[in-house]
Ligand binder design. Structure first.
Ligand SMILES: CC(C)(COP(=O)(O)OP(=O)(O)OC[C@H]1O[C@@H](n2cnc3c(N)ncnc32)[C@H](O)[C@@H]1OP(=O)(O)O)[C@@H](O)C(=O)NCCC(=O)NCCS
Length: 182
Protein backbone atom coordinates (compact mmCIF):
# COMPACT_ATOMS: atom_id res chain seq x y z
CA UNK A 1 0.00 0.00 0.00
CA UNK A 2 2.81 2.39 0.95
CA UNK A 3 5.73 2.46 -1.46
CA UNK A 4 8.49 4.71 -2.70
CA UNK A 5 9.31 4.91 -6.43
CA UNK A 6 12.94 4.04 -7.32
CA UNK A 7 13.47 3.93 -11.12
CA UNK A 8 13.03 1.53 -14.04
CA UNK A 9 9.40 0.89 -12.91
CA UNK A 10 10.66 -0.26 -9.51
CA UNK A 11 9.38 0.61 -6.05
CA UNK A 12 10.50 0.12 -2.46
CA UNK A 13 8.01 -0.99 0.19
CA UNK A 14 7.94 -2.83 3.52
CA UNK A 15 8.42 -6.59 3.07
CA UNK A 16 6.00 -8.20 5.49
CA UNK A 17 4.79 -11.60 6.67
CA UNK A 18 1.96 -11.68 4.14
CA UNK A 19 4.59 -11.63 1.33
CA UNK A 20 5.81 -15.15 2.25
CA UNK A 21 4.71 -16.72 -1.06
CA UNK A 22 6.32 -13.89 -3.07
CA UNK A 23 9.54 -14.10 -1.08
CA UNK A 24 9.68 -17.88 -1.57
CA UNK A 25 9.23 -17.48 -5.35
CA UNK A 26 11.90 -14.76 -5.40
CA UNK A 27 14.29 -16.98 -3.39
CA UNK A 28 13.96 -19.63 -6.11
CA UNK A 29 15.40 -17.04 -8.53
CA UNK A 30 17.95 -15.53 -6.11
CA UNK A 31 19.12 -18.42 -3.89
CA UNK A 32 22.36 -19.48 -5.57
CA UNK A 33 23.23 -15.89 -6.51
CA UNK A 34 23.13 -14.67 -2.90
CA UNK A 35 24.17 -17.80 -0.97
CA UNK A 36 27.94 -17.09 -0.75
CA UNK A 37 27.45 -13.53 0.42
CA UNK A 38 24.55 -13.35 2.91
CA UNK A 39 23.89 -14.94 6.28
CA UNK A 40 22.83 -18.60 6.00
CA UNK A 41 19.48 -18.07 7.76
CA UNK A 42 18.48 -15.63 5.01
CA UNK A 43 18.75 -18.29 2.28
CA UNK A 44 15.51 -20.24 2.66
CA UNK A 45 14.12 -23.15 0.66
CA UNK A 46 10.34 -22.85 0.88
CA UNK A 47 7.36 -20.76 1.98
CA UNK A 48 7.77 -21.73 5.64
CA UNK A 49 11.39 -20.60 5.55
CA UNK A 50 10.42 -17.33 3.86
CA UNK A 51 7.72 -16.76 6.48
CA UNK A 52 10.29 -17.37 9.25
CA UNK A 53 12.55 -14.67 7.79
CA UNK A 54 9.66 -12.24 7.51
CA UNK A 55 8.46 -13.00 11.05
CA UNK A 56 11.98 -12.49 12.42
CA UNK A 57 12.22 -9.07 10.79
CA UNK A 58 8.64 -8.12 11.77
CA UNK A 59 9.67 -8.79 15.35
CA UNK A 60 12.79 -6.63 14.98
CA UNK A 61 10.69 -3.87 13.42
CA UNK A 62 8.21 -4.04 16.31
CA UNK A 63 11.14 -3.58 18.70
CA UNK A 64 12.59 -0.73 16.55
CA UNK A 65 15.63 -3.00 16.14
CA UNK A 66 15.67 -3.68 12.38
CA UNK A 67 13.54 -3.77 9.25
CA UNK A 68 13.08 -5.43 5.88
CA UNK A 69 12.06 -3.68 2.65
CA UNK A 70 11.40 -5.22 -0.74
CA UNK A 71 12.22 -3.94 -4.22
CA UNK A 72 9.45 -4.70 -6.70
CA UNK A 73 9.96 -4.16 -10.43
CA UNK A 74 6.84 -4.41 -12.59
CA UNK A 75 5.14 -5.84 -9.50
CA UNK A 76 7.63 -8.70 -9.16
CA UNK A 77 9.74 -8.92 -6.01
CA UNK A 78 13.35 -8.75 -7.29
CA UNK A 79 15.39 -7.97 -4.17
CA UNK A 80 15.50 -5.86 -1.07
CA UNK A 81 17.35 -3.85 1.52
CA UNK A 82 17.34 -4.15 5.29
CA UNK A 83 18.36 -2.82 8.62
CA UNK A 84 20.17 -5.88 9.91
CA UNK A 85 20.48 -4.01 13.16
CA UNK A 86 19.00 -0.71 14.33
CA UNK A 87 19.83 0.74 17.75
CA UNK A 88 18.38 4.20 18.32
CA UNK A 89 19.84 4.45 21.83
CA UNK A 90 23.37 3.76 20.59
CA UNK A 91 22.80 5.82 17.42
CA UNK A 92 23.96 3.02 15.11
CA UNK A 93 22.55 0.70 12.48
CA UNK A 94 23.76 -1.76 9.87
CA UNK A 95 22.33 -1.86 6.35
CA UNK A 96 22.31 -4.86 3.99
CA UNK A 97 20.98 -5.74 0.55
CA UNK A 98 20.41 -8.40 -2.10
CA UNK A 99 18.92 -8.82 -5.58
CA UNK A 100 18.12 -11.62 -7.95
CA UNK A 101 20.41 -11.67 -11.00
CA UNK A 102 17.94 -10.05 -13.42
CA UNK A 103 17.66 -6.94 -11.24
CA UNK A 104 21.38 -6.44 -10.73
CA UNK A 105 23.25 -3.60 -12.38
CA UNK A 106 20.48 -0.98 -12.61
CA UNK A 107 21.21 1.10 -9.53
CA UNK A 108 18.09 -0.12 -7.73
CA UNK A 109 19.97 -1.23 -4.61
CA UNK A 110 21.97 1.99 -4.30
CA UNK A 111 18.75 4.00 -4.62
CA UNK A 112 16.95 1.81 -2.07
CA UNK A 113 19.84 2.02 0.41
CA UNK A 114 19.83 5.80 0.02
CA UNK A 115 16.22 5.85 1.21
CA UNK A 116 17.12 3.76 4.28
CA UNK A 117 20.22 5.78 5.14
CA UNK A 118 18.39 9.08 4.76
CA UNK A 119 15.66 7.85 7.09
CA UNK A 120 18.16 6.49 9.65
CA UNK A 121 20.65 9.37 9.65
CA UNK A 122 18.30 12.31 9.07
CA UNK A 123 14.76 11.40 10.10
CA UNK A 124 15.76 9.19 13.04
CA UNK A 125 18.92 11.09 13.90
CA UNK A 126 21.27 8.10 14.13
CA UNK A 127 24.98 8.90 14.15
CA UNK A 128 26.54 6.00 12.28
CA UNK A 129 25.44 3.46 9.64
CA UNK A 130 27.55 0.38 8.95
CA UNK A 131 27.91 -2.05 6.06
CA UNK A 132 29.69 -5.40 6.22
CA UNK A 133 30.59 -7.61 3.31
CA UNK A 134 32.96 -10.38 2.35
CA UNK A 135 36.16 -8.73 1.21
CA UNK A 136 35.89 -10.41 -2.21
CA UNK A 137 32.29 -9.20 -2.73
CA UNK A 138 33.18 -6.47 -5.21
CA UNK A 139 29.60 -5.57 -6.11
CA UNK A 140 28.64 -5.08 -2.47
CA UNK A 141 31.74 -2.98 -1.74
CA UNK A 142 30.90 -0.90 -4.83
CA UNK A 143 27.47 -0.11 -3.36
CA UNK A 144 29.05 0.97 -0.06
CA UNK A 145 31.45 3.20 -2.00
CA UNK A 146 28.60 4.71 -4.07
CA UNK A 147 26.78 5.47 -0.83
CA UNK A 148 29.76 7.52 0.32
CA UNK A 149 30.85 5.08 3.00
CA UNK A 150 34.43 4.76 4.21
CA UNK A 151 36.23 1.43 4.42
CA UNK A 152 37.22 1.34 8.08
CA UNK A 153 38.88 -2.01 8.31
CA UNK A 154 38.98 -5.71 7.67
CA UNK A 155 37.87 -8.38 10.12
CA UNK A 156 40.31 -11.12 9.20
CA UNK A 157 38.76 -14.50 8.35
CA UNK A 158 35.53 -13.48 10.11
CA UNK A 159 33.21 -14.92 7.41
CA UNK A 160 32.74 -18.66 7.22
CA UNK A 161 31.27 -20.29 4.11
CA UNK A 162 31.27 -23.96 3.15
CA UNK A 163 34.28 -24.80 5.27
CA UNK A 164 36.44 -21.85 4.19
CA UNK A 165 37.05 -18.59 5.97
CA UNK A 166 37.05 -15.16 4.29
CA UNK A 167 38.02 -11.66 5.36
CA UNK A 168 35.12 -9.30 6.00
CA UNK A 169 35.16 -5.56 5.28
CA UNK A 170 33.57 -2.98 7.56
CA UNK A 171 32.33 0.21 5.89
CA UNK A 172 30.49 3.10 7.56
CA UNK A 173 29.09 6.57 7.02
CA UNK A 174 28.56 9.12 9.80
CA UNK A 175 25.59 11.49 9.95
CA UNK A 176 27.68 14.60 9.27
CA UNK A 177 29.21 12.90 6.20
CA UNK A 178 25.88 11.82 4.71
CA UNK A 179 25.00 13.44 1.40
CA UNK A 180 22.06 11.68 -0.25
CA UNK A 181 22.33 11.55 -4.04
CA UNK A 182 19.75 13.14 -6.36
C1 LIG B 1 25.37 -6.63 -3.85
C2 LIG B 1 24.26 -6.42 -4.86
C3 LIG B 1 22.93 -6.22 -4.12
C4 LIG B 1 24.59 -5.15 -5.68
O1 LIG B 1 23.60 -4.97 -6.66
P1 LIG B 1 23.85 -3.97 -7.87
O2 LIG B 1 22.68 -4.04 -8.75
O3 LIG B 1 25.20 -4.20 -8.44
O4 LIG B 1 23.92 -2.56 -7.12
P2 LIG B 1 23.36 -1.15 -7.60
O5 LIG B 1 21.92 -1.06 -7.40
O6 LIG B 1 24.17 -0.13 -6.88
O7 LIG B 1 23.66 -1.11 -9.14
C5 LIG B 1 24.95 -0.76 -9.57
C6 LIG B 1 25.03 -0.84 -11.06
O8 LIG B 1 23.98 -0.07 -11.65
C7 LIG B 1 24.55 1.00 -12.40
N1 LIG B 1 23.70 2.17 -12.21
C8 LIG B 1 22.86 2.65 -13.14
N2 LIG B 1 22.22 3.71 -12.65
C9 LIG B 1 22.67 3.90 -11.40
C10 LIG B 1 22.38 4.86 -10.39
N3 LIG B 1 21.51 5.83 -10.58
N4 LIG B 1 23.00 4.75 -9.19
C11 LIG B 1 23.89 3.77 -8.97
N5 LIG B 1 24.21 2.83 -9.91
C12 LIG B 1 23.61 2.91 -11.11
C13 LIG B 1 25.95 1.16 -11.87
O9 LIG B 1 26.79 1.75 -12.83
C14 LIG B 1 26.31 -0.27 -11.61
O10 LIG B 1 26.57 -0.95 -12.81
P3 LIG B 1 27.85 -1.92 -12.97
O11 LIG B 1 27.85 -2.81 -11.78
O12 LIG B 1 27.61 -2.58 -14.26
O13 LIG B 1 29.03 -1.02 -12.95
C15 LIG B 1 24.11 -7.63 -5.82
O14 LIG B 1 25.30 -7.80 -6.54
C16 LIG B 1 23.76 -8.93 -5.10
O15 LIG B 1 22.61 -9.21 -4.84
N6 LIG B 1 24.79 -9.73 -4.79
C17 LIG B 1 24.57 -11.00 -4.07
C18 LIG B 1 24.08 -10.78 -2.65
C19 LIG B 1 25.00 -9.84 -1.90
O16 LIG B 1 26.19 -9.82 -2.12
N7 LIG B 1 24.42 -9.06 -0.97
C20 LIG B 1 25.21 -8.14 -0.14
C21 LIG B 1 25.81 -8.86 1.02
S1 LIG B 1 26.98 -7.84 1.88
Amino acid sequence: MFSRPLSHGARLAPLEVWHADELADHMDRAREHIRPWVGPTFVTDDVDGARATLTRYADRRARDAGGLFGIWRDDVLVGGVLFTTFDAAAGTCEVGCWTEPAAQGHGLVTRACTVLLDWALVTRGLHRAEWQCRADNERSAAVARRLGMTLEGVRREAWSFQGDRYDQQLWAVLAHEWRPGP
